[in-house]
Design a protein around this ligand. Structure first.
Ligand code: ADP
Ligand code: MG
Length: 377
């Protein structure tokens, strides 16, 4: 915690207890086609998870389910009622008219509300003269309580924290007062990220957070997240970022998950090792089965060995067949022949079809585009 407070992290933690999220037997389908089924895992303080899988494996969908943007078809999420969750979505919508600092400080709802209350109480105290009355005394007690709470939840640090985080994410001091709508999408994403980091949620979900960051900000974010006290789940194509930040990897493969306490590269090695071990074990088992089957055949031929054959058959039935974890090997094969001057035909497509789940978008499309033509699609 100390390093967290002094380096790039926040001032004294707003809450010292970070809460868990339990995912139980989760299943999601689109149009009756299951995307994943029977998925269970638990997220706790200090878990920094890289959520990986091929395009379309269901990473973004998983984040949306965790954030309760969409309901799962089966299973449940369980957590403490007070668990807080922040989600960096791919599409961000800001209210217009706020400056960068104002938007980032939306993170501090309670602090802001307390500031208003403090102001009111102070105002009243300044105007009143009934110093000896019971109600004046009560006001003094209220003020003391409010100030105490204000300090506990970081009221004296949040402005410094905001500036530090905005600067870490690449904002210059002179930009703090500019309206958010004057920034490009990539920079607005940084403002949203700053807000989420300031909130210190129990669970932080980040979908491709490095997409709009330059190298300095990526390194800053790596440091920040490495000491994040809650749980973080990150979807990213940036392997180095995952290696530097995560301590756990959950891979979605063909509708199920593999979950190991290893960062990305080490996880990949481990997965290969496990698959090789499974393959070797499966091969051995196969040999054993074949051997037994041969024996059975031999024994069957002799009346005196019939009972032995029977018991071998039973034994064979009881064997649990070793399975090898599946890998999603599906690849799309597209080739673009290289040619210096394009031929007369630029694109020739025959009988193209495309479905999203059960929704058919294209069926048996034939298309020919010739050089020099500008077809309207
Ligand atoms: N709202 C939706 N309706 C129908 N299909 C969807 C919807 N959202 C996602 N999908 C499909 O679910 C699959 C997983 O999508 P997604 O979670 O975005 O994958 P990833 O983030 O791993 O690339 C894709 O095949 C996608 O087309
Ligand atoms: Mg995605």
């Amino acid at each position: 915690m100390q390093g967290f407070a002094t380096k790039v992290g926040l001032g004294p933690a707003l809450t010292s207890i970070f809460r868990m999220l339990n995912v139980h037997n989760l299943g999601v389908s689109f149009g009756g086609v299951p995307l994943f089924e029977g998925i269970s895992f638990r997220l706790g303080p200090g878990d920094r998870v890289g959520l990986i899988g091929k395009n379309g494996a269901g990473k973004s969908t998983m984040l949306k389910v965790l954030a309760k943007d969409i309901d799962p078809d089966q299973g449940s999420l369980a957590s403490d009622k007070e668990m807080s969750l922040g989600f960096l979505r791919q599409d961000i919508d800001f209210e217009q008219g706020r400056t960068v600092v104002e938007e980032a400080q939306q993170a501090f709802v309670e602090i802001k509300a307390l500031e208003k209350k403090l102001e009111t109480v102070n105002q009243e105290l300044a105007e009143r003269t009934d110093y000896e009355s019971e109600s004046y005394n009560q006001l003094m007690i209220d003020l003391n309580d409010l100030q105490h709470r204000y300090e506990i939840i970081g009221g004296y640090n949040y402005q410094g924290d905001t500036e530090r985080i905005l600067q870490g994410l690449g904002f210059k001091r002179e930009e703090f007062g500019k309206l958010t709508e004057t920034f490009s999408g990539g920079w607005r994403m940084r403002i949203e990220l700053a807000k989420l980091l300031l909130q210190q949620n129990d669970v932080l979900l980040l979908d491709e957070p490095t997409n709009h960051l330059d190298i300095e900000s990526i390194i800053w974010l790596e440091h920040f997240l490495s000491s994040y006290p809650g749980a973080v789940v990150i979807v990213s194509h940036d392997k180095m970022f995952l290696d530097n930040v995560t301590n756990r990897t959950i891979e979605i493969v063909l509708g199920r998950i593999y979950d190991y306490n290893k960062p990305y590269s080490k996880y990949l090695l481990l997965r290969d090792e496990i698959r090789e071990q499974q393959l070797a074990a499966q091969k051995n088992q196969e040999k054993h089965i074949q051997h037994t089957e041969k024996l059975i055949e031999k024994f069957r031929a002799k009346a005196s060995k019939a009972s032995m054959a029977q018991s071998l058959i039973k034994k064979l039935d009881r064997i649990d067949r070793i399975e090898v974890d599946q890998d999603d090997n599906a690849v799309m094969s597209i080739r673009f022949p290289v040619s210096v001057t394009p031929g007369k035909v630029v694109v020739e497509a025959e009988s193209i079809g495309k479905n999203y789940g059960q929704k058919e978008v294209l069926r048996e499309i034939d298309l020919m585009i010739e050089r020099g033509t500008k077809p309207l699609l």
